[in-house]
Write a protein that binds this ligand. Structure first.
Ligand SMILES: Nc1ncnc2c1ncn2[C@@H]1O[C@H](COP(=O)(O)OP(=O)(O)OP(=O)(O)O)[C@@H](O)[C@H]1O
Ligand SMILES: [Mg+2]
Length: 585
């Protein structure tokens, strides 16, 4: 497993209970620190009460010096315990944030390409940042304030009642109203927050897509049009934020107002009791001090409920992802090396409209043989590569690796043995060397130089300012299309996988270089299963078998000479290619 998790991940939805489980002891410790903090806070009004009694000249249980000493010590120890409680409980939030992010990242790495056809990178980025952040806010900040609220209220209420039950009930009534009304608003808040988070995700997606395609926008002078589109998405996020704010702007002033009312009631009811001689000035001051201590926790109810709504909405959005099962599941079989891949009457349907991309495909890749695949654009070549690499599933038929059905194979050893290079490879914003050694970080210089030579990149790299250490920018923007493709091919060759599938991966390289590279692959890779898809027939003319695809079906197969003799699609394509060559020369 690539992740270090606090909680044991299960397939499907994740609950707060699961997230908190590994932190129960820390939660208890944080609770103990909070108890200590509040115990000290609760002692302060009583000490003040004694101080007032001393000032009034009444008999008191201690002298003024001791009162001051107590207040001083309680302030210092209270601050210490508060720091410890915040540190412990906030760390739980950070821990849960880390666990959840690791789990999501791992889960996303398991999902198949059909999932990524429906979810944009921007949307997933928003889950990884905004939603996980909201869960952290609940697990740290909101839990701390919730525990604090429970402790201080359960400590203060019995004391207030013991001083004067009638005054206590009158003063606490507004606080109860705060909690009840804030709770009522929470239900509405959940839906509005979820809408807001979805609009934020759209915004992230829009920015991400636009920045990635900035060149296209410029080339077609679509800046104004794109700006207008962005303004629309931004406006939608603004409106959604306003709808959330409509509740929060009511919630917070409401809690403040109720706290103010509590103090006013205390002044009125308690003041009258003092005037009537039924309550001492000391008790009156103590009641007021205790009410002041309750005001922040009461105000925090609004924050807690708002954060709780946001985190519930975020966890439910995250769970929509966690509930997505990987399309391709793990089996238990593994074997190495793979020396035979066999497909039996494979058919594949793609997309929401079930487009028939491949029909009744029977191909056999075996060690030492080179299979060439040709066909016009959209004929199903890449789909065949994805099926052979077990990136997607077939709808009918079966695929076997070493005569064992693909469904029985464990995915990691299977994928580790199949190297795929596509025509639009993804490179990282790192050095050429790091990109080549991506799947084999411990590769020696000699190994790197060997693959660089095989793909004909030595001269190009010699011309780079820092050779192999040259950083190539995001997605390799500082390289030409052909250089990018060859770096990707070198990366695949370095792992020496027993199966190599090249999906038109040299389309941006000139035909002479392509033929040279393919020739070298044929000579060096005699012990691998090699499949080469190419639009240039000259590159695959020496293959042991050439498969010609048309509209998802194999329409011809055989060696180059045999196919030419048949005077069908292959010979037509060959004729066009030769004509183009003659025109160029
Ligand atoms: N995710 C998808 N959803 C729906 N249809 C798809 C999807 N991917 C590919 N197709 C369709 O399947 C057919 C085969 O696509 P494929 O990419 O395999 O063609 P190809 O032979 O590799 O083409 P090219 O030479 O242009 O790379 C095409 O008609 C394409 O539109
Ligand atoms: Mg293709």
């Amino acid at each position: 497993m690539i992740h270090v998790l606090g909680f044991k991940p299960a397939r499907g939805a994740v609950s707060f209970r699961q997230l908190f489980r590994p932190y129960v002891l820390w939660l208890l410790l944080g609770f103990v620190f909070l108890l200590l903090t509040n115990a000290m806070i609760l002692m302060v009004p009583r000490i003040i009460n004694i101080g007032v009694q001393i000032v009034e000249g009444k008999p008191a249980s201690m002298d003024m010096q001791s009162v001051l000493l107590w207040l001083f010590c309680l302030a210092i120890l209270g601050a210490l315990a508060r720091t410890l409680s915040r540190r412990t409980l906030f760390n739980i939030g950070r821990g849960i944030e880390r666990d959840l992010r690791n789990h999501l990242f791992y889960h996303l790495s398991l999902l198949s390409s059909n999932f990524y056809e429906k979810h944009s990178v921007g949307d997933l980025m928003s889950h990884l940042s905004n939603d996980i952040n909201n869960v952290r806010m609940f697990a740290g900040f909101a839990v701390l304030n919730l525990l604090n609220l429970v402790i201080i209220f359960s400590g203060s209420i019995p004391i207030l009642i013991s001083i004067d039950a009638a005054v206590a009930f009158a003063c606490l009534l507004p606080f109860l109203l705060v909690i009840a009304s804030a709770q009522m608003l929470t239900g509405r808040m959940f839906h509005r927050v979820k809408e807001y988070q979805a609009s934020l995700a759209k915004l992230t997606q829009h920015v991400q897509e636009n920045l990635s395609g900035i060149e296209v926008v410029r080339v077609f002078h679509q800046e104004r049009f794109e700006e207008k589109k962005f303004q629309k998405t931004n406006q939608a996020a603004y409106e959604a934020a306003k709808r959330v704010a409509k509740i929060t702007v009511v919630m917070f002033p409401l809690t403040r107002m109720m706290c103010g009312l509590g103090v006013a009631v205390a002044l009125f009811v308690g003041g009258r009791e003092v005037v009537l001689g039924r309550m001492s000035v000391g008790d009156y001051v103590e009641v007021n001090a205790r009410l002041l201590q309750l005001s922040w926790p009461a105000i925090s109810v609004g924050f807690i409920l708002s954060i709780y709504s946001q985190s519930c909405a975020s966890l439910s959005r995250l769970n929509e992802l966690f509930k997505q099962p990987p399309q391709i599941v793990d089996g238990s079989y593994s074997d190495a090396p793979i020396t035979l891949i066999d497909t039996k009457d494979l058919s594949v349907r793609l997309g929401q409209h079930d487009h028939l991309a491949l029909k009744n495909i029977n191909v056999q890749l075996s060690r030492g043989r080179v299979i060439g695949v040709v066909g016009q654009s959209g004929s199903g070549k890449s789909t065949l590569v994805r099926i052979l690499a077990r990136e997607i599933l077939c709808n009918e038929g079966q695929i076997f690796y070493n005569n064992v059905a693909g469904s029985q194979w464990k995915l990691e050893p299977l994928h580790n043995q199949i190297a795929v290079v596509s025509s639009e490879p993804f490179l990282f914003s790192a050095s050429v060397r790091e990109n080549i050694a991506f799947a084999k970080t411990a590769a020696s210089d000699a190994e790197i130089i060997d693959v660089v030579e095989q793909v004909g990149l030595s001269d190009d790299i010699a011309g780079f300012p820092e050779g192999l250490q040259t950083v190539i920018g995001e997605r390799g923007v500082m390289l030409s299309g052909g250089q990018r493709q060859r770096v990707a091919l070198a990366r695949a060759l370095l792992v020496k996988a027993p199966v190599l599938l090249l999906d038109d991966c040299l389309s941006a390289v000139d035909s002479l270089t392509e033929s040279k590279i393919v020739k070298s692959l044929r000579q060096k890779g005699t012990d691998i299963c090699l499949l080469i898809v190419s639009h240039r027939l000259s590159a695959i003319r020496h293959a042991d078998e050439i498969v010609v695809l048309e509209k998802g079906q194999i329409v011809q197969r055989g060696r180059h000479e045999e196919l030419l003799a048949q005077e069908q699609l292959y010979s037509a394509l060959w004729g066009i290619e030769q004509l183009q060559k003659r025109i160029k020369s």
